[in-house]
Design a protein around this ligand. Structure first.
Ligand code: AMP
Ligand code: ZN
Ligand code: FE
Ligand code: FE
Length: 282
């Protein structure tokens, strides 16, 4: 058994990166991928602990992408160098996020809304990790919204008065940069595209054309019929059906490394199939 999707404190999880291999080993996993949002920074600590425990650490990350008018998360595997096409793009994306957040904070001041930037940064614990949900939490705390969802509806959502867009990165670009860095790209939780049937199949076909090598069919929060449907979709598009829990620790307490909600079991051979899709030079 393996787990190809986990988060640590280096993004929005609550377990430090070195804890992920410990949890994976305890769950009898042979391998675990650390896939923090838009960063590779937790990988050295996770690798060191994985080596001590005799479990394989698959280096990875989960890149937030724009796909048409929707968003898509793309998992990248086998990239852990400090520099290179994909790591350099991640640096650029994080810098853009910080610049966007500062503009968003200015916009809130212009609108006469509460919540200063320091408080938002404290909410996220680090400036690079700030996202709109942190602004939403602060707006809610100061009574400008009744909940984070309400804060999106009123202020932060696309097209709302305090919406400040951030850099768009497309799945096709991530696939190209991943390959150029010796790795592979996989569409995370494909049902998040909000598509079904032929529309979902067409989107997956397009992403396969764009160079993605797999879709995350065996996902922690998907039901057995959803997993079966996605596995079938992967087969039809000659993609690897990957899987993982999306463990975030206390942020998503229903998802555990390796076992997800208890019924997750990603076979070891998924990792071998992913490795087969790595670029030949890697
Ligand atoms: P950001 O990357 O800073 O633009 O924030 C995006 C995050 O906001 C996503 O991870 C979503 O989880 C969250 N989000 C987007 N739309 C909404 C919404 N309408 N209500 C609550 N959270 C949202
Ligand atoms: Zn997350
Ligand atoms: Fe995701
Ligand atoms: Fe995730």
């Amino acid at each position: 058994m393996i787990d190809l999707h986990t988060h640590s404190t280096m993004s929005d999880g609550t377990d430090p990166p070195e804890r992920i291999p410990e949890l994976a080993a305890a769950a009898q996993c042979a391998a675990v991928a650390l896939t923090d949002h838009d960063t590779l920074i937790g990988l050295p600590a996770a690798r060191q602990r994985a080596d001590q425990l005799g479990i394989r650490l698959v280096p990875g990350c989960e890149v937030s992408c724009a796909y048409g008018t929707a968003s898509a998360h793309v998992l990248v595997y086998f990239v852990d160098a400090e520099h290179g096409p994909l790591p350099d793009e991640l640096v650029r994306l994080r810098r853009d996020r910080v610049a966007r957040n500062r503009r968003l904070a200015d916009r809130l001041v212009e609108l006469g809304l509460p919540g200063d930037y320091e408080e938002v940064v404290a909410e996220a614990s680090a400036e690079e990790r700030v996202g709109r949900p942190h602004f939403g939490a602060v707006l809610t705390r100061h009574g400008a919204a009744t909940s984070v969802a309400d804060a999106f509806d009123r202020w932060l959502g696309d097209g709302r008065p305090a919406h400040v867009p951030k850099a768009r990165v497309e799945p096709a670009l991530v696939a190209r940069l991943a390959r150029a860095s010796g790795g592979v790209a996989v569409l995370a939780h494909p049902l998040s595209l909000g598509l079904t049937g032929d529309a979902l199949s067409a989107a997956v076909g397009e992403l396969a054309e764009a160079g993605l090598v797999g879709i995350e069919a065996i996902y922690g929060r998907y039901s057995p019929p959803e997993r079966a449907m996605l596995r079938d979709l992967a087969r039809r598009h000659d993609l690897v059906a990957t899987g993982g829990s999306d463990h975030h620790g206390a942020t998503k307490p229903d998802l555990t490394v390796g076992t997800g909600r208890g019924d997750l079991k990603v076979p070891d051979e998924v990792l071998a199939r992913l490795e087969d899709r790595r670029p030949a030079f890697a």
